[in-house]
Design a protein around this ligand. Sequence first.
Ligand SMILES: NC(=O)c1ccc[n+]([C@@H]2O[C@H](COP(=O)([O-])OP(=O)(O)OC[C@H]3O[C@@H](n4cnc5c(N)ncnc54)[C@H](OP(=O)(O)O)[C@@H]3O)[C@@H](O)[C@H]2O)c1
Length: 283
Amino acid sequence: MPTIQESKLAFIGGGNMASAIIGGLLSNSVPKTNITVSEPWDVNRNKLAATGVNTTTDNVAAATAADLIIIAVKPQVAKTVCEELGKSWGDRKDLPVLVSIAAGITLGSFQEWLETPDGRAPHIVRVMPNTPALIAEGASGAIASADVTAAEKELVNELLSSVSRSIEWVDKEELLDVVTGLSGSGPAYFFAMVEHLVASATKLGLSKEQATRLAAQTCLGAGKMMTTSDEEPGQLRKNVTSPNGTTFAALQTFEQQGFEGIVDKAVKAATERAAELGATLAK
Ligand SMILES: NC(=O)c1ccc[n+]([C@@H]2O[C@H](COP(=O)([O-])OP(=O)(O)OC[C@H]3O[C@@H](n4cnc5c(N)ncnc54)[C@H](OP(=O)(O)O)[C@@H]3O)[C@@H](O)[C@H]2O)c1
């Protein structure tokens, strides 16, 4: 199996997530000439072409010589794209490994859509990255179809490690929907929390600019503590909370207003939506 630097990579879809992963690969010494992106929108395509990678509007041409294909289109487009690729492989003997980042779409759907006329399908890995991949601070979950080899998993690890600090393989497919509800959608939860914190502090008199700087740095600092400290998040929380002090007053309010239940329902809603997307689009 070639390393990620030696592999021919094809991205189908050149939007936000594909651009983030390509940026990470380029800064990890993957040769530009080994990357081809198929993207219909000229604005995105031209941005990617400016980085020196190969670009096209022809998905099949992009995929033809690839060792690894990354499906980076919206879930609603995945079926059309995959059926087009499946039909194009004809009697190609070594099928590429296929990595999908599309939310919800199952390994089974990909196997069905990508099947060659003689009944073979590529080895498939489903990945759920998140937007901090744009600054190489991503968190990704992954699940492989049963036929994916250890060497192929390693290749996917190399792909993801260019943009992710945490890569978690799960062994049950439904758990990838939980990853989607946790870290895939998760950056938006923290952005929403900062928006609310800023709005609250602004009502109490701070300027929006000062409140945004303080809240964003608090979010970053707390995140860094969680990734560098030996202590559990619960202990870090206790370390801030003086008996009957200010933090205690705030946390008690969160608790009285059902914070835990709100988070629980939100993560469940995102997880269920991922599963629903997969089921609806399988049809
Ligand atoms: N954004 C996130 O936070 C996030 C996180 C994890 C996973 N994901 C998943 O990542 C995937 C991509 O998301 P994104 O945020 O990168 O979306 P995006 O920015 O909209 O990128 C998708 C790109 O695919 C292009 N495209 C549309 N139809 C195509 C076709 N037939 N062939 C080739 N390319 C085509 C789109 O072009 P047009 O604009 O012309 O349609 C667009 O540039 C989604 O499946 C999503 O579920 C997203």
